[in-house]
Design a protein around this ligand. Structure first.
Ligand code: IDC
Length: 461
């Protein structure tokens, strides 16, 4: 892992001090929990908005630092609630690889390896695999693993594409993606990408069939993680999701008894509270929250944080730098806040999307060339930021918007650091800041859409 130079750190710290004097620190927009957490962040990690130390041995767990005052209504028997720790023993978090850490599980609200050691997974999510089939490629996955240091890839299998499209293409690309992930020692989320149909029960039979096929073929493969329903939405309630989960999970467990299963929550994976009130009765289940940093602000952060403090097992299987439409501005300050929060609680994540669609959530440049490295101009600015984030570097060089002009530049490090609330919970560093307001306009080039799907609207995500 590359380290930040001392010069850079001192620049950042000085800048932070200056900024602290200029702003209203202490009247923070974040909770006490975060303020406490900042005191335990090692200096280097503090200078790294992502805090991506791959092995964070010796770090104090963050769930020792506060009690949750908002969860009185959440059932005491929540599987993990009793695990809220009070000790200040150091915790070790390992950046897992399947060949070393084996089958993952949920324990005490955390993602752990086969020996029970807490682990972290960081990676990217594909766009719909049938939308960009050429990107389901072993060489690209290898580069993600070796150069980006990613240990996770999520394969988004749009349920509508399987149910109403070419099942065989969906299965073949899923297999190809799984094989590629195994070949480069990555964990792989097989994501049944519920979206348009709102309620996962709509394609229940197809979901059972899909998971049955994949489980049969990869029964003893520790790399696999099953996400049984991306983003239930519309009128779908947690009860509906439970009904679905109670049918699909036993099917998966018949063939993959030890598998880790991720379960979506209502309102596009934004409502953990409903799941906490009435969790599922299976082991090795984690609940999913998704965010798009340039749209979702403090309310969703609070939803996540209160669940984590209560020891509820959360996995962020999809998140984006962009707005929730998958396009629009990128607010890098908000991104920094979000990924700092994830790091504070050792939450694993996959970033949307490993595609070259001409939209700001895409990590690959619209003119992406697979024969060139997964770096520099072959990536969007967002892609470059995410590469550094996953590599464990501080992605502090962020684009500065200059009105409608196409000029590029960088914001001084302290602007980014200011958003890093664990150092300075400054008032006014709102999640919805406009730092990247015009950023989307910088990108150009033709969209490359090699998949079968027509353009779809995601305006209400
Ligand atoms: C978006 C894609 C976009 C596509 C749209 C509809 O970025 O190209 O047209 O889906 O299929 C989600 C979803 C994810 C969305 C993404 C951005 O899981 O499928 O992808 N998003 O809108 N939830 C919140 C945001």
């Amino acid at each position: 892992m590359k380290r930040i130079s001392l010069r850079k750190i001192s620049t950042i710290l000085i800048a932070a001090l200056v900024l602290a004097m200029l702003t209203d620190c202490g009247a923070g927009t974040v909770s006490t929990e975060s303020a406490v957490a900042k005191q335990t962040m090692p200096t280097e990690a503090a200078a790294m908005p992502s805090g991506m130390e791959k092995i964070a041995a010796g770090e104090t767990t963050k769930d020792t630092q506060a009690t949750d005052t908002e969860t009185a209504d959440v059932k005491q028997e929540t599987a993990t609630e009793q695990k809220t720790e009070t000790s200040s023993e150091p915790d070790t978090v390992v950046y897992a690889r399947p060949s070393v850490n084996g089958q993952l599980a949920e324990s005490g609200g955390k993602l752990v390896d086969e020996k029970g050691t807490p682990v972290l997974l960081h990676g990217v999510s594909t766009h719909g695999i049938t939308w960009f089939p050429d990107l389901i490629d072993e060489n690209l996955f290898h580069e993600l693993s070796a150069d980006w240091d990613s240990n996770l890839i999520r394969l988004a299998v749009y349920s509508t594409e399987y149910a109403n499209g070419d099942k065989q293409a969906c299965l073949d690309l899923t297999r190809k993606g799984i094989e590629a992930a195994i070949a480069c020692d990555q964990y792989v989320i097989v994501d049944w990408h519920v979206l348009e149909e709102h309620d996962p029960n709509v394609y229940l039979t197809q979901a059972e069939e899909f998971f049955d096929t994949i489980c049969e073929e990869y029964a003893d493969t520790p790399n696999l993680i099953f996400e049984i329903c991306n983003e239930p939405n519309g009128e779908t309630t947690w009860d509906d999701i439970q009904t679905y989960a109670n049918k699909v999970i036993p099917g998966i467990r018949k063939k993959c008894p030890d598998s880790l299963i991720l379960v979506g929550t209502p309102d596009y994976d934004k409502n953990l509270t409903s799941a906490r009130r009435n969790p599922l009765h299976y082991s090795n289940v984690m609940y999913v929250l998704h965010f798009y940093a340039s749209t979702h602000g403090k309310d969703l952060m609070k939803e996540l944080q209160s669940a984590l403090i209560a020891g509820f097992p959360v996995f962020v299987s999809e998140c984006g730098l962009s707005e929730s439409t998958g396009d629009g501005k990128i607010d890098y300050r908000a991104c920094t806040e979000w990924f700092s929060l994830l790091r504070s609680y050792d939450v694993s994540f996959a970033v949307w999307s490993f595609s070259n669609k001409d939209e700001s959530s895409a990590l690959l440049s619209p003119s992406f060339d697979a024969s060139k490295p997964l770096a520099g101009d072959n990536l969007t600015q967002g892609g470059q930021w995410v590469r550094e984030l996953i590599q464990g570097e501080a992605p502090i060089e962020i684009p500065v918007p200059t009105g409608s002009s196409a000029a590029k530049g960088t914001l001084p490090a302290f602007f980014c650091l200011a958003g890093f609330f664990q150092l300075c919970p400054c008032k006014g560093l709102a999640v919805d800041g406009a730092a990247g307001a015009h950023w989307a306009g910088f990108r150009g080039g033709a969209a490359v859409h090699t998949g079968s799907g027509a353009e779809k609207k995601a305006s209400d995500l």
